[in-house]
Design a protein around this ligand. Structure first.
Ligand SMILES: Nc1ncnc2c1ncn2[C@@H]1O[C@H](COP(=O)(O)OP(=O)(O)OP(=O)(O)O)[C@@H](O)[C@H]1O
Length: 259
């Protein structure tokens, strides 16, 4: 058997906004079942990269491949159907709805995929489909330890729990690749530690490949097996946490940003 294979491959990605070069040749591969982190100072291009991967931005050059297929031209919806789910930096839940209903919406997003179409085709389908969805919803709720708040509207929850529900909604889509946009931004220490543990456990529980963008360097170093570092749109380093943290260009970029 070879090593883990690549579910998501980013090749030579370029993106500019007018004169601003947000991405200038980004290249990396997210390995199956692993956690890859993208870091970089403010304005480095992390959000641009994320939006290019999830389909909200179209790159000027380069490609995004998912399971060996070029998906650079596909809409965000199509990518979601294929199994690419994301969370947002600013939580994008339906605030008036309950935790459970938000998680159900995640499951609904993938209804149109091949498996579901096939199921529906074979008649008995609807009930089976609902059972399968309920099953995954329950697994997600159980996994994230949010059973006690399933009937609560989002507005009643503290921030850390809202972020956890957002993770739940993405997981309910049964993604192959989960993109997390600053999953611990704005969290206190305890909330951060909880979230880090859930992200680590996602692989074991659901076998999901994770790609995350995050400012919290400690958290990224702790849980990622591979880290990609951007600075002014350029990829200045990639490697294990140990490799990246002793890389001169990385140290300089962060010292420069702090100065
Ligand atoms: N929609 C846009 N229109 C114009 N310029 C943009 C747009 N989005 C990003 N930029 C510019 O592209 C560059 C990269 O921004 P991006 O938001 O991708 O960086 P980032 O690493 O996510 O930053 P932060 O850590 O502050 O979120 C910046 O110079 C930014 O001002």
């Amino acid at each position: 058997m070879g090593g883990p294979h690549h579910v998501l491959k980013i090749e030579n990605l370029h993106l500019s906004f007018g004169g601003i070069k947000a991405l200038q040749g980004v290249n990396f591969e997210a390995r199956e079942g692993e956690i890859t982190g993208v870091i970089g100072p403010n304005g480095a291009g992390k959000t641009s990269l994320f939006n290019s991967i999830s389909g909200f931005y179209t790159p000027d050059q380069g490609s995004v491949s998912f399971e060996g297929n070029d998906i650079t031209g596909l809409s965000p919806d199509k990518r979601a159907e294929l199994g690419l789910a994301r969370t947002f930096q600013n939580i994008a839940l339906f605030r008036g709805m309950t935790v459970l209903d938000n998680i159900k919406l995640g499951g609904h997003t993938r209804l149109k995929t091949g498996v579901w179409q096939a199921l529906r085709y074979f008649g008995a389908a609807r009930r089976e489909e609902l059972e399968l969805r309920r099953d995954i919803e329950e697994r997600v709720i159980d996994f994230l330890e949010i059973d006690h708040i399933r009937k609560y509207p989002i507005t009643m929850l503290p921030y850390g729990l809202q972020k956890r529900v957002e993770l739940g909604r993405a997981l309910a889509m049964r993604p192959k690749v989960l993109l997390l946009d600053e999953p611990v931004a704005g969290m206190n220490r305890e909330e951060t530690a909880d979230m880090a543990r859930f992200i680590l456990d996602v692989q074991d529980e659901f076998g999901t490949t994770v790609l995350l963008v995050e400012h919290d360097m400690h958290m990224v170093m702790d849980i990622c097996s591979q880290i990609v570092v951007l600075n002014f749109g350029q990829q200045i380093a990639s490697g294990t946490p140990a490799e990246v943290s002793r890389n001169d260009a990385v140290i300089e970029a962060y010292l420069g940003a702090a100065a």
